[in-house]
Structures are given as structure tokens and as C-alpha cells.
Design a protein around this ligand. Structure first.
Ligand SMILES: [Mn+2]
Length: 234
């Protein structure tokens, strides 16, 4: 799963979608509703962003994963997305989880940066208890004292989850690392410990990205990443 942090324009989304499709991505990621640390940061294009994502699917055939940030926009997101993302900051937003549990779409549930595996699995139960059993878990880094990375990628979460749950687990090394230099090695690690997939940020012009440019891969890096993890996955 690959794409920009945020949908910025139709041209930006289609350019990146063509790149990630060419190198073997199956799912296009991109935020239309962006929960940002600062209220003054770019908040996303909203429904216009969702309409752009629909065009991406029509043109490239890629499936779409995008975030619903609360119970007021999940209905709209559900109309456009193939997979609905519940973000790390919302992992314990129980009204959103219950609503996601009544959706016909699969849910990508991200681990909160201060949540245990048990808490992540209980949040998945909130969704499944409402009838939607198609839940994909996502490890995206937890907050520790380490300051060499944005968060600390907890690769031990993957075998730990696999021990007790049948749910697929994907790893997001981009938000864990916060720096594109670490995304390829961490992705290799994720596949090696048994992740079912990875979710990465890619941008054709990361220096001018409206969000998370520092951790977004250049097109050539994404090509390298795909070559390396395909080999490892085999
Ligand atoms: Mn991001």
C-alpha cells in the first residue's frame, strides 16, 4: 500500500498513483481528512480529495485506502474507499470503531502510539463485535524515549499478534521512522518478521509535500523497496 500522506491535487495524486502502480503497489493510500498535530497545519481536501481518489481508482485500478477521522465523515469516506483507515489517534475512539463495525468495507486499524497489543486487539474486537470481521491491523511505531526516529517501530508486535490472532498485519515504517532513509531497511525487517504487507508514503516531489515530506520515498526508492521486499517475501 503506497501513496502520499495527503491528497493535494488531482495531478499530484495521479502522478504518484502511476508511479506506485508501475512498481507493483496493490493499494493507493492518501488522506482526504487529515488529523494533524497542529490545528494550523494542512487539514486535507475533504470530499474533493475523496473525488480525486475515485479518479485514481478508475484510472489505475488500484484499490483505495483512506482515513475516516470521526463518525461524522465515515459515511462519506465509505462511499469512496475500498478500505477505511482508522488512524492511530483514533484507535480508542469507540463510537468510530462501532460505526466501522457496521460498515461493509474492510477496516485498516492503526495501533495507537501508546497502545499495547492487547489494547489494539480489543479495539479490533469493537469493530468485529458489530459484525465487520474484515479488519487489518497496522503497526506504525510507538512512543519511547528514543529520539533518533519519530516513533519506535515495534517489530516484535508482528510475531506477538500472529501468536494470538488470525488478523492480517501490515507495517507502516514511514510514520514510525519519520525519515525516508530508514523506510527501506525497516520494510525489509517487517517482511522478515512476518508482516502481511507494508504501508508506505511516496511522493514525486517530497520536498514540496504539504505533509510528511521528510518521510516520503522518492519514486526510485519505492522501486528499490518493491524489488527488495518481493525477494524477501518469496
Ligand atoms: Mn502521513
Amino acid at each position: 500500500m503506497a501513496g502520499p500522506c495527503a491528497i493535494e491535487s488531482e495531478e499530484q495524486a495521479l502522478t504518484i498513483a502511476r508511479i506506485v502502480k508501475r512498481h507493483g503497489a496493490q493499494v493507493f493510500r492518501g488522506g482526504a481528512f487529515k488529523p494533524r498535530t497542529s490545528p494550523y497545519s494542512f487539514q486535507g481536501l475533504g470530499e474533493d480529495g475523496l473525488r480525486i481518489l475515485k479518479k485514481v481508482r478508475e484510472e489505475t485500478g488500484l484499490l483505495i485506502v483512506t482515513e475516516a477521522t470521526d463518525h461524522t465523515n465515515i459515511e462519506l469516506v465509505e462511499e469512496y474507499a475500498d478500505i477505511i483507515q482508522v488512524g492511530a489517534r483514533n484507535m480508542q475512539n469507540y463510537s468510530l470503531l462501532r460505526r466501522a463495525g457496521r460498515s461493509a468495507k474492510p477496516i485498516l486499524l492503526k495501533r495507537g502510539f501508546a497502545a499495547t497489543i492487547e489494547e489494539l486487539l480489543m479495539s479490533a474486537e469493537y469493530i468485529m463485535a458489530e459484525g465487520n470481521t474484515r479488519v487489518i491491523l497496522c503497526e506504525r511505531g510507538i512512543r519511547t524515549f528514543a529520539d533518533n526516529t519519530r516513533n519506535t517501530l515495534d517489530l516484535s508486535a508482528i510475531p506477538s499478534i500472529k501468536e494470538v490472532s488470525h488478523l492480517p498485519v501490515v507495517v507502516d515504517p514511514s510514520h514510525a521512522a519519520g525519515r525516508r532513509e530508514y523506510v527501506i531497511p525497516l520494510s525489509r525487517g517487517a517482511i522478515a518478521v512476518g508482516a502481511d504487507g507494508i504501508l508506505v508514503e511516496v511522493h514525486h516531489d517530497p520536498l514540496h509535500a504539504l505533509s510528511d515530506g521528510r518521510q516520503s520515498l522518492y519514486a526510485e526508492q519505492f522501486a528499490t523497496l518493491m524489488k527488495e521486499i518481493k525477494f524477501l517475501a518469496r
